[in-house]
Design a protein around this ligand. Structure first.
Ligand code: MYA
Length: 432
């Protein structure tokens, strides 16, 4: 999951670059250290995670441990051939996302039970088209789209998914599963169903001879490889304030706030246009070169770029800069569409949010590229534009009037040790 709080209200509708917030990274690391200490202090052990091949809190800072796989693969003949046992009222059900009815059931489960912000004001509302896109990349396995149903009624009550991805960690390209959309119906929480689902997806991933995974979560588990923060750029400040996503800053009026966030009507970079199918080769070259600088990043080929970056209405938007003189493709930027349901508001039910995805600045300054993307997002009627502090995003966030959110997003690797936690700027990976 781009598992993060769907809406993290910013403190102040008027981001003041220097005085408003301290630099979020030391704060994030301090907060993480505190959360780990607290969870250990109250004897609050991770009964499940302590048994798994992931970095353990007790090993934090032990630089004698090698980087790389924690456990070697086992022979496929030793992978358990039958599914894990579920409580007797429930059964496993592989979900065929091509099937309209099944896709609608998954959509309904997530829309009603998936990630909420800390104050339960917003809940992610991934669209059906988005789910189909996220779950069917090149080489996907249907068997990794795992549902749990009530035997008697066939009602879908839990879900977890994986998709295959080549992820480079420093010099090594590792075939991994990206795990996402872990969800247990609200009425079935705290019954230790999640560990069984995680073990079952692990088993099915192992059956394809894949032994590593990547995932993100808003909660602290053993042990993050990086801790990032979402930043939010208001596009429709009045609505964001009306629904409680953000607040009017001190000494700010609504009309001053609206003026503060106003954007030009049209983009400014000559040659800025939507990506098309025949740009795939050029965009792949650009992205591969650019992502090479980060410690952890996807290893995209043309098939991946075609799937993950070619525009799809209300799912993924991608733009590039084609030099008007040479027709060379020099820059690229993209965002995905992930609305959130607004819970309990009489006037609004949906927050339309754009999430920064992969951006490559070679010739056009990143700040200018992102400003053009904000302009497009505003034209397309998004309420807010969100971006993590990954890659080079720190370089534009404050200047383009993004404000820091209050939630964190932790990145994890399964069965792969990294010696020291990475800084957000060392991460070249965005999960949905
Ligand atoms: S992150 C999005 C997670 N989903 C939500 O937040 C939606 C709303 N919440 C829920 O639906 C439930 O609360 C969930 C937990 C389903 C999250 N990641 O069954 P339980 C551990 C990993 O009693 P419930 C995403 O999708 C928890 O620490 N573990 O709890 C990425 C505890 O273990 P331990 C989690 O609340 C998912 C145990 O589960 C998470 O009823 C990546 C409690 O189980 C979490 N987000 O259900 C999954 N939340 O005692 C890992 C709780 O040890 C993939 N827990 O602390 C690993 C790689 C697998 C593939 C490997 C291949 C090689």
């Amino acid at each position: 999951m781009a598992s993060s709080p769907p809406g993290s209200p910013t403190d102040d509708e008027n981001p003041k670059p220097d005085s408003n917030h301290t630099d979020p990274n030391p704060t994030a690391i301090d907060a993480l250290a505190r959360q780990i200490q607290e969870s250990l202090a109250v004897g609050n052990r991770h009964r499940f995670w302590e048994t798994q091949p992931v970095g353990q809190f007790k090993d934090l800072g032990d630089s004698s441990l090698p980087e790389g796989p924690i456990e070697a693969p086992t022979p496929l003949s030793e992978v358990k051939p039958e599914p894990y046992n579920l409580p007797s009222l429930y059964e496993w059900s592989t979900c065929d996302m091509d099937d309209e009815g099944t896709c609608a059931e998954v959509y309904a489960l997530l829309t009603n039970n998936y990630v909420e912000d800390d104050e339960n004001m917003f809940r992610f509302n991934y669209s059906k088209e988005f789910l189909r896109w996220a779950l069917r990349p090149p080489g996907y396995f249907r068997s990794w789209h795992i549902g749990v149903r009530v035997k008697a009624s066939r009602k879908l009550v839990a879900f977890i998914t994986g998709v295959p991805a080549r992820i480079r960690v420093r010099e090594d390209v590792v075939l991994m599963a990206e795990i996402n959309f872990l969800c247990v119906h609200k009425k079935l929480r705290s019954k230790r169903l999640a560990p069984v689902m995680i073990k079952e997806v692990t088993r099915r991933v192992h059956l394809e001879n894949i032994w590593q995974a990547a995932y993100t979560a808003g909660i602290v588990l053993p042990t993050p490889v990086a801790t990032c923060r979402y930043w939010h750029r208001s596009l429709n400040p009045k609505k964001l304030i009306d629904v409680g996503f953000s607040r009017l800053g001190p000494r700010m009026t609504m009309s001053r706030t609206i003026r503060l966030y106003k954007l030009p009507d049209s983009t400014t970079t000559p040659g800025f246009r939507k990506m098309e199918a025949n740009d795939v080769a050029a965009v792949t070259r650009l992205l591969r070169e650019y992502l090479g600088q980060f410690a952890v990043a996807p290893d995209f080929d043309e098939h991946d770029v075609e799937h993950w970056l070619l525009p799809q209405e209300n799912v993924i938007d991608s733009f590039l800069v084609e030099s008007p003189e040479t027709h060379e493709i020099t820059d690229f930027c993209s965002f995905y569409t992930l609305p959130s349901s607004i819970l309990n508001n009489p006037n609004y039910s949906l927050l339309k949010a754009a999430y920064s995805y992969y951006n490559v600045s070679m010739k056009t300054p990143l700040l200018q590229l992102m400003n053009d993307m904000l302009i497009v997002a505003k034209q397309k009627d998004y309420d807010v534009f969100n971006a993590l502090d990954v890659m080079q995003n720190e370089s534009f966030l404050k200047e383009l009037k993004f404000g820091p959110g209050d939630g964190q997003l932790h990145y994890y690797l399964y069965n792969y040790r990294i010696r020291n936690a990475l800084k957000p700027a060392e991460l070249g990976l965005v999960l949905l």
